[in-house]
Design a protein around this ligand. Structure first.
Ligand code: ADP
Ligand code: MG
Length: 306
């Protein structure tokens, strides 16, 4: 009898050991959720246009663009996401139509269409809008060869859109493809800020050096008002030393730009798009969603420039 009790006791305490961190996380997350809910955001003095860029694929650009955008929309700001990646992943996550034949960013870039009539409201939130991308955007760089001032097409289309849209759009996020072609150049020329997601993995910083050089080139030649305003650490895995090392390194080199919020690896973040949703509405209390809401609040509160 004594042995059974002893054994049960051992099992109970080992279960508690397993449950304790989970309970701690639940308590911590509910405190974070309260802080996120309580945060009040003031609309910026003028529309902030932010390109989410990193020439590496799979670092979290699209996930960042749609979740930060959704978080700001829920906070009462009016937000437009421009999908400038032919894969159309941002359009999918925002639940807007973007099959072949739906006009969107291709028509703006190649045909000179106005942005306003092609913008769709996302079912995610009444304040959230999207200029979709369909697969024809893959041919845009070639089809733009004869377009006049072709690096500035998006910049001038957006300037007109911002002027003509009432009530005003507070934030525009441009989700760019993983290369420095004409699409990305258009995105960098149209924006005043770049938000760089950096995946916490070994080669992360190598890519960033190249990205900064490219941004400097665009700044010099085409858009003097462009700056890297924010860096966001993504896919952080606190069980690995590597993630911590990369995060520390990035913070050392970019102490002012790097947001305090860090996005953890989270299955919920990767599942949400297959439901045509952002993680913010799909599972708002998940640690990944909370981290994106915290990042969005920080981004909004630190103002246009550092
Ligand atoms: N924090 C994260 N945790 C887990 N999976 C993520 C996270 N961020 C992004 N993903 C997944 O990783 C893949 C690449 O992310 P994505 O945002 O599409 O990158 P990019 O736009 O830079 O190519 C996608 O399948 C996405 O769902
Ligand atoms: Mg993407």
């Amino acid at each position: 009898m004594f042995h059974v009790k002893h054994l049960l006791g051992a099992i109970m305490s080992s279960q508690q050991d397993v449950r304790a961190p989970i309970l701690r996380e639940i308590t911590l997350n509910s405190e974070r959720a309260k802080r996120v809910d309580a945060a009040k955001l003031v609309p910026p003095a003028k529309t902030r246009i932010i390109t989410v860029s990193n020439q590496k694929g799979g670092v979290g650009k699209t996930t960042t663009a749609v979740n930060v955008a959704a978080a700001l929309a829920i906070k009462g700001l009016r937000v437009l996401v421009i999908d400038l990646d032919p894969q159309g992943n941002a359009s999918t996550a925002l639940g807007v139509e973007h099959h072949n034949g739906v006009p969107g960013s291709y028509e703006v870039l190649v045909d000179g269409s106005a942005v306003g009539p092609l913008v769709q409201r996302s079912p995610e939130h009444e304040n959230l809008f999207c200029l979709p991308a369909s697969i024809n955007l893959a041919g845009a760089e070639i089809d733009m060869v004869n377009v006049d001032r072709r690096e500035k097409v998006l910049a001038s289309a957006l300037a007109t859109y911002v002027d003509e849209t009432a009530p005003r759009i507070d934030f525009i996020f441009i989700d760019s493809p993983p290369s420095l072609g004409l699409l990305t150049v258009n995105a960098l020329v149209a924006a005043t800020e770049v938000l760089v997601p950096i995946q916490c993995e070994y080669y992360a910083l190598e890519g960033v050096t190249q990205l900064i050089a490219n941004i400097e080139r665009v700044k010099k030649a085409l858009n003097p008002s462009l700056d890297i305003s924010s860096i966001l650490l993504t896919m952080f895995d606190n069980r690995t030393n590597l993630s911590t090392d990369v995060a520390n390194e990035v913070r050392k080199y970019f102490p002012e730009q790097t947001l305090a919020a860090t996005i953890p690896r989270s299955v919920r973040l990767s599942e949400a798009p297959s439901y045509g949703q952002t993680a913010i509405t799909f599972d708002p209390k998940n640690s990944g969603s909370l981290a994106y809401q915290e990042a969005a609040i920080e981004l909004a509160q630190r103002g246009d420039h550092l």
